[in-house]
Design a protein around this ligand. Structure first.
Ligand SMILES: Cc1ncc(COP(=O)(O)O)c(C=O)c1O
Length: 405
């Protein structure tokens, strides 16, 4: 019926002005029309449906709040303690219009110093930061060589910039070297893009191996530290957070929506990079800046992370060790030295499994394509400082048994 509906309505429409009956029938057909194209629902029926959950009453094995900053009232404490200094106002425009303040630039400069580099630009999210960065830094004479498991936002940025890209096998720097050699003559600039801690794999690139491969004047390294910030590296500010390693990167993306328990991101690098982004990064130029207190909260959360989070880091490490110990003989569980783990699900009905998990006292997310390649479906397990030993045992035992059903 849907196929002919448009045609019938078209025929009736010719009689519409003169004939009351036609008008009546036309109105009936018009009222049957959805207020969205039919092909939307057809597409939804074809694919696994993503569903929104409210999991606030569940034991958390899903969020990226690795240190519990969002949950343990750190944010509330900071706001209460510094209430009088906060500017509870919207920014009123893009940073290039009315949304800038000298003190925001000072915060960015301070952040850059924490990251051993010259300057920083704060974005409303790491997604926007990546799209803004990758869409503007290269032209068609340049190429991106990206780890095959890089985050979707990097792809989206590269697509917007219409530039060339090739994928190297995950964490395989021999393969990266082959690609660099292959494309060396054909391109002016080669950007290598990795993550400091992979959001779905939970593994960490071997920095020394990588540095041996990219030591070349044409090659520039970009590290997305969205998940490693707050968890890895010097002062736990990211895998490449040292004086030496910072020099190896043309840009690092520091995400505030994960271990910092907040939101936003900064791209850190040289003063030239900052000027470049201000001039060419469209997601920075054409979008309203964050509300003013957001920058201040980011600043105070840095102090908390640097000065006051040893206990959370120790608890997180203890929990990672507990998990590794109780899963060590089971090959279906990942064994990463990081808060991100997974339980492999190949050949299982993922939708049904998510339903089973939804009936548990904890929440962990089933990850399906396109977020992971087909055949690598998994339950992503996020470990936190605040998970108890009993909770981790319960999670692991339940997952082992779920798989049997
Ligand atoms: C590696 C990586 N980069 C960027 C992002 C985007 O971060 P945000 O949530 O701040 O937009 C994510 C989000 O999950 C991520 O995993």
């Amino acid at each position: 019926m849907g196929k002919y509906k448009g045609f019938i309505m078209y025929v009736i429409y010719f009689h519409y002005q003169s004939c009351h009956l036609s008008k009546f029938i036309f109105d009936i057909f018009a009222s049957m029309k959805n207020n969205y194209p039919d092909k939307w629902s057809a597409k939804l029926k074809q694919s696994y449906k993503r569903i929104l959950f409210d999991v606030s009453d569940k034991i958390d094995f899903a969020s990226n709040d690795y240190l519990g900053f969002a949950k343990n009232n750190k944010l509330k404490e900071i706001i209460l303690k510094n209430f009088d200094t906060f500017v509870f106002q919207g920014s009123t425009g893009s940073r290039l219009m009315s949304g800038n303040k000298k003190w925001i630039e000072k915060i960015e400069f301070t952040i850059a110093q924490y990251h051993h580099t010259e300057n920083a630009v704060i974005y409303p999210s790491a997604y926007q930061a990546n799209v803004g960065l990758f869409s503007c830094i290269a032209d068609r004479k340049d190429v991106f060589l990206i780890d095959e498991h890089i985050h979707a936002s990097v792809y989206d940025g590269i697509r917007q910039g219409f530039t060339h890209h090739f994928k190297f096998k995950h964490n395989d720097f021999e393969h990266l070297k082959t690609l660099i050699d292959r494309h060396y003559q054909g391109f002016e600039t080669i950007y290598v893009v990795i993550e400091g801690l992979y959001s779905m794999e939970g593994d960490i690139p071997d920095v020394n191996n990588l540095l041996g491969v990219i030591d070349n004047p044409k090659v520039f390294l970009i590290v997305d530290e969205a998940h490693s910030f707050g968890v890895l590296g010097q002062d736990k500010l990211g895998l490449f957070n040292s004086k030496e390693l910072a020099k190896k990167c043309v840009a690092r993306i520091i995400g505030y929506g994960k271990a910092l328990g907040f939101s936003g991101a900064a791209i850190v690098g040289s003063n030239v990079l900052k000027q470049y982004l201000i001039n060419f990064s469209r997601s920075f130029i054409y979008s309203t800046a964050l509300p003013l207190y957001h920058y201040q909260i980011i600043y105070y959360l840095y102090q908390e992370l640097i000065d006051n989070s040893q206990k959370e880091h120790q608890q997180l490490q203890d929990n990672i060790q507990t998990y590794l110990q109780i899963t060590k003989d089971d090959g279906r569980f990942s064994h990463n030295n990081s808060p991100i783990q997974y339980f492999s699900l190949s050949n299982l009905n993922c939708g049904q499994l998510q339903n089973q998990i939804n009936h548990q006292s904890f929440f962990a997310k089933v990850i399906v394509p396109p977020t992971v390649p087909k055949g690598l479906e998994r339950i992503r397990i996020s470990l936190h400082s605040f998970n108890t030993t009993e909770e981790i045992h319960h999670l692991v035992n339940t997952l082992k048994n779920l798989n049997k059903e």
